[in-house]
Design a protein. Structure first.
Lengths: 111, 113
């Protein structure tokens, strides 16, 4: 079945450094959604990318969808301690309206 | 406008027991999906309910069953619990006629001893 891979598994950065997580699939992704899950919390929707090559920004966060719709990335500029959590990408399959999640990237920020 | 709510928050059961988890969708939503999130993993799709019927199902055994009520709320039932069923169970609601995102509830943390 559909598999979504995410790297790295874990990243520990100094506050103020940048952070990037990557999402890859061997098959074409439908729509990519990104979620953030704080420790002990539940996934919170960040953004959805639909079009090939799409780039969206939310303050310090930049999301990209690859030209072939087989990969996506989330980049955080100048991380802050409030960015701590696990970031998941998920293929949002419109047919069936279900999500196929990657395993997530855990971000830790040292102040 | 209430978001997605789930109950109970935490639950401890022993192997072989049965459990029922509950979810109320966000106002205006008619579709409920259930996900299992084991520790350190991403959520895995269990099944989805719309119009009180199971619309589609992930790769989970028949021990996992569900129900949707006329008010769109839903239950997830797990029979013959195994240690491996310990996880965070997430409910997500959406409106079937849009491609809008799903909204997740806070989850139920199930521990099987």
């Amino acid at each position: 079945g559909q598999q979504v891979m995410q790297i790295p598994q874990y990243q520990h950065v100094q506050e103020g450094e940048d952070f990037t997580t990557y999402c890859n699939s061997s098959t074409t992704l439908s729509n990519i959604q990104w979620y953030k899950q704080r420790p002990g919390g539940h996934p919170v929707f960040l953004i959805q990318l639909v079009k090939s090559g799409e780039v969206k920004k939310q303050k310090r966060l930049t999301f990209q969808f690859g030209e072939a719709k087989k990969n996506s990335s989330l980049h955080i500029t100048a991380t802050q301690t409030t960015d701590v959590g696990t970031y998941f990408c998920a293929d949002f399959m419109e047919y069936g309206n279900k999500l196929v999640f990657g395993a997530g990237t855990i971000l830790r920020v040292k102040s | 406008d209430a978001g997605v709510t789930q109950s109970p928050t935490h639950l401890i059961k022993t192997r072989g027991q049965q459990v029922t988890l509950r979810c109320s969708p966000k106002s205006g939503h008619d579709t409920v999906s259930w996900y299992q999130q084991a520790l350190g993993q991403g959520p895995q799709f269990i099944f989805q309910y719309y119009e009180e019927e199971e619309r589609q199902r992930g790769n989970f055994p028949d021990r996992f069953s569900g129900h949707q009520f006329p008010n769109y709320s839903s239950e997830l039932n797990v029979n013959a619990l195994l240690l491996g069923d310990s996880a965070l169970y997430l409910c997500a609601s959406s409106f079937v006629l849009t491609t809008d995102t799903q909204y997740f509830g806070p989850g139920t943390r199930l521990t099987v001893l």
